[in-house]
Write a protein of this length. Structure first.
Length: 276
């Protein structure tokens, strides 16, 4: 017990078995989340909120990073709790035991999420271009409307200006679209294995419906210009196109182990030098 107590205080992964320890509490994730929320709120507030959000996000990231690298800060599980492990089942409404779903031991590789997100983003862009051409005779309208989510002046432009090509707006729109597509593609690498029966249904229909609802609720604040011209049937079609293409590419990739239960240093294959 003395040895375990000393290992707990030191927090070294090599002294406390990973299966007998839990991470120490850290304010890093909470501070980081607050900072990111303030950065998002700065879109509709002012630069002071943006500055505070950036500072909090950096501070939280440093706290979070120090809590897990190079060794995770852990504390030993009390012996009495180890002797009474919690059962891995839940009781349904009719009284039957059901196995609790666990985080998948395997996931799709990150490269499949990046590739799926980029190709899915192209599929989404094609649908958006078809809408711009069929409704307004301009392929640049959906691009400029996307830019309006980060460039305030776009929302004040008239329709004729939005239908023209603007190099600066084009670069911003491409960067936004690529970043968002890759982020959702990376989300698919871990989300689809949790839905093994019908991954295309979840990725191609369920996620687009959720995204559409979120956009509908926040569009008036985030992008008023897009709210004036958006066609919801075309918008939903573009989301489904992304979801089907990205979900198909990610689901066809070979699964890789998540190496659950290993420390961060072990997952990154980091070796410590010997003490002299």
């Amino acid at each position: 017990m003395k040895r375990e107590a000393s290992s707990t205080s030191s927090g070294s992964q090599s002294e406390v078995p990973y299966s007998r320890a839990i991470p120490k509490p850290s304010a890093g994730p909470l501070v980081t989340a607050l900072g990111i929320a303030l950065i998002a709120a700065a879109i509709v507030t002012n630069l002071y909120v943006l500055g505070l959000g950036v500072l909090l996000a950096i501070w939280g990231a440093v706290l979070w990073f120090r809590a897990i690298f190079p060794d995770e800060r852990i504390e030993g599980i009390p012996e009495e709790l180890l002797r009474q492990p919690a059962p891995n089942y839940a009781v349904s409404a009719v009284g039957e035991r059901k196995t609790r779903p666990s985080f998948p031991e395997e996931m799709h590789p990150i490269r499949s999420g990046v590739l799926g997100g980029l190709i899915g983003g192209i599929a989404m862009a094609i649908v958006a271009f078809l809408w711009g051409i069929s409704r307004h005779g301009s392929v640049w309208l959906p691009i400029n409307l996307l830019t309006g989510s980060v460039v305030p002046g776009v929302g004040e432009s008239d329709l004729q200006t939005l239908e023209l090509f603007h190099s600066g707006w084009f670069i911003i729109a491409v960067a936004i679209h690529a970043a968002m597509s890759i982020a959702v593609g990376l989300l698919y690498t871990t989300a689809l294995p949790m839905m093994p029966r019908r991954p295309l249904l979840a990725g191609g229909v369920l996620v687009p419906v959720i995204v559409t609802g979120m956009v509908w609720a926040s569009l008036g604040i985030v992008n008023p210009a897009l709210e004036r011209y958006i066609s919801w049937p075309w918008f939903i079609a573009s989301q489904i196109a992304f979801g089907l293409v990205c979900g198909w590419i990610v689901s066809r990739s070979e699964m890789v182990s998540t190496r659950a239960g290993q420390s961060l240093a072990e997952r990154l294959s980091i070796e410590r030098g010997s003490k002299l």
